[in-house]
Ligand binder design. Sequence first.
Ligand SMILES: C[S@@+](CC[C@H](N)C(=O)[O-])C[C@H]1O[C@@H](n2cnc3c(N)ncnc32)[C@H](O)[C@@H]1O
Length: 467
Amino acid sequence: MAARIARGMADTWKRYIFHFANDHFDFKLAELKAIARTVGCQIQIDETKYDKESPFLEVGLRSDEDGKRLMQRATLGRSLYELMAEGRTLPELCADLNKLPDAKKTVAADSTFRFQIEGFNKRLPQASKVDRIEALLQCLPKFQGKINLKAPDHSFHLLEYYGHEGSKSPDQPYWLYFGRWIADGQRDKIRQFHLQKRHFIGNTSMDAGLSLIMANMGQVDKNQIVFDPFVGTGSLLVACAHHGAYVMGTDIDYMLIHAKARPSRHNQKRRDKDESIRANLRQYGMESRYLDVLVADASRHDLWRNMPLFDAIITDPPYGIREASLKIGAEKPADAFIPEDCRDNHHPQSVKYRLSDSFCDLLNFAARFLKLNGRLVYWLPVFRPQYSEANVPRHRCLQLVSNCEQILNTTISRRLVTMEKTAEWQAEEDSRGATVEVDHYGDKSFRERYFKANRTIAKEMEASGSS
Ligand SMILES: C[S@@+](CC[C@H](N)C(=O)[O-])C[C@H]1O[C@@H](n2cnc3c(N)ncnc32)[C@H](O)[C@@H]1O
């Protein structure tokens, strides 16, 4: 059952219904809370009744304006309604509607309105929608305006909940909500920034929806400086620039960020001359937000001036599956010495970058270079059978805000970890300090385990006859 707010909430709170997209269940609440903080709006949520698989969530907000500001950033929020009435059945809902003061259920004769009836986890035939509209009109005698289906002044929605998607839907809904539409979320931005239409992409470009969610988790906002140390093709920069931030990044792969690596689109033989992260930002009219990208090793922090520089660090570190996970270094210490006369044209050697080291470095980097209250948002790949929250990397200066799972298969998932810098970094706690513990992978590489898990799943599918 969707979470509900007690009727007895203070007068200044108004009741609203969030209608979420049926996508990324684990991220919905975390995104909503992050947005509320970014836009500075108070929100009341009864988390004890929160059901992440339900698309509906009852919340308390101070005003419609606050709701509109929330929806201007919501990636996972489809629509927001002012909750007028609810119930287990239509008569129960109508009785609830009767309790509303007339002013709340009036449509003046000179304005227009429409009803929309929607079932979740059940398709409602047109005839039953018409029956419901007639029943609603019976208890709304002060709806005197004309009906306008295309562009009404007011839109009223009856939302019927028939259980989680894919569950057997009952004959009668579990719950009904009736509300006045306030605003839609930003689902259209997922289409606008879709990778299919993006000028420069690569094998590991992050999809538009998740990039936008990450920017929200990071509370990215106008005129901030946002950094991605593993920038790749810059998908996360696109989402952050969309929210008005100035963006920059580093990547160790010269060929990739100079768009000289093999194209990843199957119908493309050669890369276009002007493919670049800057061109991506130009494509969306956001070039003025582009600071730069550097070919650099994210494990080397001395590149940066020793002061907090970034408002947010939003990144997708390499897992070593589809991209190189390397850092500058030499297997033998003697090879690390570069004679003076060779330094100018020296091409550094690289060594394998252990996953646990890359997370260690990332947290140390964030602790040092994030501004106070700035956020670090990154993906952590995990083996589900062995995962526990203790595996999430920690740092004294960074407080865990949220940790949301995207399941990739039965054994592997990645978790979107959001941390906030809550304490100033002290020089003596530099990089290899004991405050970061990452011990989920041991000596085996994630790559080894990933492919082993995939082979096991493939064998199981073969044995069960599925393709
Ligand atoms: C998962 S990809 C990031 C993809 C990126 N979010 C995008 O949308 O294209 C990880 C990136 O980290 C880079 N990388 C690997 N090791 C690195 C290092 N030591 N320093 C900086 N970048 C590194 C890889 O070249 C790769 O582009």
